[in-house]
Structure formats: C-alpha cells, structure tokens
Design a protein around this ligand. Structure first.
Ligand SMILES: Nc1nc2c(ncn2[C@@H]2O[C@H](COP(=O)(O)OP(=O)(O)OP(=O)(O)O)[C@@H](O)[C@H]2O)c(=O)[nH]1
Ligand SMILES: [Mg+2]
Length: 241
C-alpha cells in the first residue's frame, strides 16, 4: 500500500464551483493550525503539495488534491495439490495423516491494483481572532460542499493530541453524523507529548468524543508517524464501497 502520485487540482469556495471530479472524496477537517496541510504533505511524501502556514486561518478555500494509491489485492485461488495414489497397507499411519492435505487447497495470491480519490483540504475553523463574517463564510462553504458533493465517502477529523476537542470539533462531528458521513479521528503532533502521557491524551479525546481510544489514529508529520494506519483506513473506505 503506497501513494503513487498526488497533485493539486484546484481551489473551490463558491457554491457554483464544480465539486465533481468523477472520484470519491475524502475531506480533511480540523481547527486552524492543527496540522492539516502538514499531514497532507507527509501523506503525499511531497513537502510542498499543500501550503503550511505559520499564520492560522490563511486558507479560506477548499483545496482539492488528487491521489493515486497502489493497493495489494488479496485473492483466493484454488491450488490443486497432487496426490500420490491411495495409501497401501504397508505404509505407516502418519503417511495417511499427511494425505489429509492432499486435496484442493485455497492459497492466497497477491496482485497489485490502483485506486484514485480526491482529498479535500478544508480551511481550518475556530481560530481565535476569526471575525463573525469568517465563521459565517466557513459554515456556508461546508453547507454548499455537502449540498453539491455527491461523492463524499469519508472525513478525516484532525485534533491536536494535546487539546480537549473544542465545541467546533464537536459541532463538526455532529454535522457529519447528521449527514451520515463516516469519519476517522486523527490526533496530530504526537511528537509534542512524551510517550508516558500519550495514552492519557488520546483517552481524553476519546472520552470527550464518546468513541473508543482504539478508533483514534495518532500521527506526527514531523516524526513521520502514523501514515500507514491512515493509508489502511482510506483503502478500506475506498475499496469497500
Ligand atoms: N510539532 C509539530 N508541529 C506540526 C506538525 N504538523 C504541523 N505542525 C506545525 O503546525 C503549524 C500549522 O501547520 P499546518 O499544517 O499549516 O496546519 P493547518 O491545519 O493546515 O492550518 P490552517 O491551514 O491555517 O488551518 C505549522 O507551524 C506546522 O509546522 C507535527 O506533526 N508536529
Ligand atoms: Mg492548511
């Protein structure tokens, strides 16, 4: 499982903008500065794909990226194991036991396939100095996107591992539940907390969101931790539909 290619397609922000790229969408949500763009770059293994900014709230549009993944496809094929004839009475018993294997047997074969999808990087919400008009704009943006986008398969909701999920995070999750969109919680910036405190932080997020801690994927875009788990999740979402 790996990312074969990634490219920036366009930015969208008005309700008349096209959201149909003929591919399933995965949306990336999270508070401003949580590390969405850094995660996308780490995921793509492309340091300049999405703009990482020191100034929260710079991105006001939905940035659309196209990804292509290589996926191992497991398929069961029947393998005929050639028998050696009927046992004779002179053969010891254990040979008879071995012959239990002499039959058609399923063996697994791996082949490679590819899958493409759109990653929609949403502007961050909830930055402290956001004026009311900006908040209204964000709400309109997400409403228009949900109305127009027919291919939203899943959302990745990023939350800083050190923070208790905010009201905005909870509102987003309620919104996704309301629209019946599956989501995965990703705890970012794992490098910021020591190993001994990590469990406690993850549990805090899980408790606040009323989900199991096992359902949270921890990542660090700095230390390059967690990408494989996210890849696995996306492949299961994209290929089980
Ligand atoms: N320590 C640490 N810092 C990170 C990590 N990921 C991102 N950052 C830093 O966090 C800040 C914000 O990162 P971005 O990736 O731009 O965050 P964003 O969520 O895209 O921000 P907006 O687009 O403004 O909503 C930057 O200073 C990053 O360098 C990480 O894994 N570890
Ligand atoms: Mg960003």
């Amino acid at each position: 499982m790996r990312v074969l290619s990634s490219e920036f397609i366009t930015s969208i922000g008005r309700k008349e903008d096209n959201t149909d790229f003929g591919l399933p969408h995965i949306a990336v949500f999270g508070k401003s500065n949580v590390g969405k763009s850094s995660f996308i770059n780490y995921f793509a293994n492309h340091s300049k794909l999405a703009k990482v900014s020191g100034t929260p709230g710079k991105t006001r549009l939905i940035n659309i990226f196209k990804f292509k993944l290589e996926v191992e496809k497991q398929s069961d094929i029947a393998v005929e194991v050639i028998g050696q004839g009927e046992p004779t009475s002179t053969e010891p018993n254990n040979i008879n036991l071995d012959r239990a294997d002499v039959a058609d047997r399923a063996e697994s074969a791996t082949s490679l396939t590819t899958t493409e999808f759109i990653l929609a990087d949403f502007p961050g919400y909830g930055y402290a100095r956001a004026p009311k008009t900006e908040i209204a704009k964000w709400t309109r943006l997400i409403n228009d996107y949900f109305k127009n986008c027919k291919h939203l398969y899943h959302a990745l909701c990023l939350i800083d591992v050190r923070r208790t999920p905010s009201k905005d995070d909870l509102d987003l999750i309620n919104y996704l539940n309301h629209h019946n969109i599956g989501f995965t919680i990703i705890a970012t910036k794992l490098d910021k907390v020591g190993k001994t405190h990590l469990k406690k932080h993850i549990q805090n997020i899980a408790t606040t969101l009323k989900i199991g801690a096992d359902n949270i994927i921890g990542i660090s875009s700095y230390d390059k931790i967690g990408k494989d788990k996210v890849l696995k999740k996306l492949v299961s979402v994209l290929t089980n539909v």
